[in-house]
Design a protein around this ligand. Sequence first.
Ligand code: ADQ
Length: 459
Amino acid sequence: MSRLIVVSNRVSMPTPDSAQGGLAVALQAALRESGGLWFGWSGREVEKFNGSVSFDEVDGVRSAVVDLEPQDVEEYYNGFANRTLWPLFHYRVDIAKYDRTFNAGYQRVNRRFVEPLHVMIEPDDIIWINDYHLIPMGMLLRERAVKNRIGFFLHTPWPPTRLLVSLPHHEQLIRSMFHYDVIGFQTAEWLESFHHYCEHELGASIKGDYIHLDGMMVRAVICPIGIDYRDFVDGIGSPEAQSIADRVRRSLRQLTMIIGVDRLDYSKGLEERLKSFEHLLHQHDDLHRAVVLIQVAPPSRGEVEQYQKVREKLNELAGRINGEFAEVDWTPIRYVNRGYARAELTALYRAARVGLVTPLRDGMNLVAKEYIAAQDPEDPGVLVLSRFAGAAAQMSEALLVNPYSPEEVADALHMGLKMPLGERKRRFNALLQGIKKQDVHWWRAKFVDLIQNSEVVRP
Ligand code: ADQ
């Protein structure tokens, strides 16, 4: 069996607590099985980059990490990755920042990763690179004469060509992707946009899964990520889950709960979501003192201005709506800026009659899947899901909404709150089947198989 090398911006090693994401858990399992290695940034800064690698092994998972210098973090991570590519890939050209120093830092850090990495690679290893932080890495490895199979998986959307061309030097960046053997996308929509770009901007030709360009060939496929369903469900009976479930039950009394759980990010549509909830309260007096929206949103990427702005906006909005509707014994929105352990999240999802997942644009969205997995099959809640989340392509039995329309979201919320048990069960069972079948282990096995078994043509 080949050894797997997973590369991502940050490395996430097993921890004794249960606060780890399904993605980290699944990749750790794959690395353990293959005696593999996880390579990336340590998350630490050193004054001067020195290329030295720290190795670690926890629970059979080996990692190799490098430290970056402050300028790297500013230009590569806070700059090109999170101020340029993240907004652009989420269709937000209006806030994407184009700055030459960001691009220079991005290229530099990708090279800084490749230097120590390429000497660790053995002939049979297969290499799996993750996400928009590391797009040029395949080409840089090929320049270092790495002949191994290399796959790239994009967790975010791929933007429409008309937006992508606003990125200076876009051809150079996208052309470099032809050095991969396989590129994986979450949905058909992102794959189509990629095809469109390759055909119309690069003059590539598409034959089935394969894209041909100037003697190079890459296979581009759909491979939607799932959650670790088993692990998630196992969390339901845990003491942490029980304890928070009791706390929530006591504090809810007779209230019906709607839950939102997201990283605090403008792509998640949180402002629009609070306004939709406000619209619901305006429309339905009978819901006053009867419903509560719990929105959990741990801050992320706090060094980037747009994230500070959205945080301020949400503070103001939650305050304003609560001020407008609250009574001495009822607050309509409980807005919480912290993270919860996996088991605690499970309990929160399960206590909610409606899961409200309304990103304006999202590669997949795992919260939608987690909400369904956590439900009580005898009394399941209803998922209200943005049609602009990748997850919508697999979850047609959710109540799909346009997150920009407060009326539409409020109507779906109302429908979810009032939905009879029979229909809730029917929708839930259909959704659950998909989640069990295409879980995170299925995703990982499928993508590794694609890397291993695709046709390869190299110039
Ligand atoms: P994210 O944008 O981070 O991921 P998402 O898919 O929803 O979005 O995953 C978030 C994860 O963080 C979930 O597992 C969730 O449980 C967890 N989480 C969120 N809030 C939390 C809290 N308060 N406490 C604890 N955990 C919390 C990116 C892409 C997505 C894509 C994933 C995976 O943007 O579109 O689905 O990668 O490919």
